[in-house]
Design a protein around this ligand. Structure first.
Ligand code: AMP
Ligand code: GLY
Length: 422
């Protein structure tokens, strides 16, 4: 089988490595991929948002199956366009990807179907938003409606910060059109859990839970990033909470999308907060999380392509999806300065013995050498029987990888270890 994976980060590298385990897979094309995955896939120089070119490439190269991983092409309708020429895909259609593409849509969906989430108001007019803020409970959370590279959420600890956030989104348009509509919502507190799930619109199968580390600095300080590391499973996510989430969140969300004529097929990501009033949805994503995927997929026992095809064929119910009874830890190595400005073009040395455990997110070739080419450069994932050992092994790997200006957090997994009492 010839497979095409759209996207170019660490998540896509993890997906590609897992797909390669299937013996029927003869060739994988990464569109665009990055130089760090050149040993695992054929790199195709087409951007993930260039849908027409992606479709033409798939047709010319007789692609049998396509996995569209990032939010942008999904929201733009890449799956619809590929399906139109008869290519089987993993990923939601455009009308279902809106669950991530519009926060106003997802909040209204949750309200309509009684799915637990933070209380909120929607505004398309700055004066009304500012008036609301005069009496809104503080802290409060301001969210731009559309995709904003994961940066469209501002937690305002004071009324002044809230006013500034609204002005920056609605007046200065720092997130462009994404700020035409905004959501102002209740500030929730509690441990956060990421649960990725496979769903074909008939069945929803949660994957092993995970914990992201979004802030740039140790002890959750500094700016928000795309994610500096992950562990799985998440110790806060007990069996009881999992059952409650299935009943009150996962199945109701799948049914709600069906009811709206927007059947979701693919990976539906639930960003949850375990509040003292029960689990609540912080956000939905229409795709695998990054870097959650780099700990979740290494723990998947079942063949990934088989599960993905079951989603496409709507036979997920008959497919066993099993995870190992182990722990995983992924430490992201970034370029110093990320998520703000950083330098790139530094030579990267990844020892051959650990290549299989390294997912490259941002690299290119310079004079045949692998060099850094992004804020998040790579993730090193270790799997072990205990979380403590997985953390230890992930950091041992990180210490053997080198590139100039490398930066990583030193405390990935520590909060989880404490929660486990280890
Ligand atoms: P998002 O970009 O939607 O993942 O949000 C980024 C981060 O903001 C989340 O991971 C949470 O830590 C935080 N956040 C989002 N919404 C809320 C909320 N209502 N209350 C508290 N924290 C929130
Ligand atoms: N790690 C969070 C996300 O993928 O959105």
């Amino acid at each position: 089988m010839k497979i095409m994976v759209v996207g170019g980060g660490g998540r896509e590298h993890a997906i590609i490595k897992k797909l390669k385990e299937n013996k029927t897979v003869t060739e994988i094309f990464a569109v665009p991929g990055n130089a760090g995955m050149a040993n695992d896939a054929v790199l195709v120089d087409i951007g993930a948002k260039e849908i027409d070119k992606i479709v033409a490439f798939a047709k010319e190269n007789n692609i049998d199956y396509a996995v569209v991983a990032p939010d942008d092409p999904l929201v733009l309708g890449a799956v619809d366009a590929l399906e139109e020429i008869g290519i089987f895909c993993f990923g939601p259609n455009k009308n279902a990807a809106i669950i991530e593409g519009s926060k106003v849509f997802s909040k209204n969906l949750m309200k309509k179907y009684n799915i637990p989430t933070a209380q909120y108001e929607v505004f398309n007019d700055i004066d009304n938003a500012l008036k609301y803020l005069e009496t809104a409970p503080i802290p409060t959370v301001i969210k731009a409606d559309g995709l904003a590279l994961g940066k469209g959420v501002i937690i305002a600890l004071t009324r002044e910060e809230a006013i500034d956030a609204v002005k920056s989104m609605m007046e200065d348009k720092v997130f462009g059109k994404s700020g035409d509509n905004i959501v102002i919502e209740e500030f929730l507190e509690g441990p956060e859990v990421s649960v990725l799930s496979f769903t074909d619109g008939k069945t929803v199968v949660p994957m092993i839970s995970s914990m992201d580390h979004k802030r740039a600095g140790d002890n959750d300080t500094g700016l928000n990033t795309g994610g500096m590391g992950t562990i799985a499973p998440n110790p806060y996510y007990t069996k009881e909470i999992a059952e409650e989430c299935m009943e009150k969140i996962f199945i109701p969300t799948m049914n709600a999308m069906n009811n709206e004529g927007r059947t979701f097929k693919g990976c539906l990501y639930f960003g949850l907060m375990l509040t003292k009033n029960g689990p609540k949805v912080i956000e939905y994503n229409c795709r695998f999380g990054d870097p959650e995927t780099q700990v979740v997929l290494p723990l998947l026992k079942t063949d990934l392509l088989t599960v993905m095809q079951a989603v496409t064929n709507e036979t997920l119910k008959e497919t066993k999806v099993e995870f190992m009874d182990k722990n995983a830890c992924c430490v992201i190595m970034a370029s110093k300065g990320y998520p703000q400005s950083y330098e790139k073009g530094f030579e990267m040395i990844i020892p051959r013995e650990i290549e299989n455990s390294v997912y490259v997110a941002g690299a290119s070739f310079k004079e045949n050498k692998l060099v850094t080419n992004g804020g998040r450069v790579l993730g090193a994932t270790a799997v072990s029987d205990s979380l403590e050992d997985a953390i230890k092994k992930a950091y041992e790997m990180v210490k053997t990888i080198s590139f100039e200006n490398a930066y990583y957090r030193n405390d990935i997994g520590q909060k989880a270890l404490k929660a486990k009492g280890e």
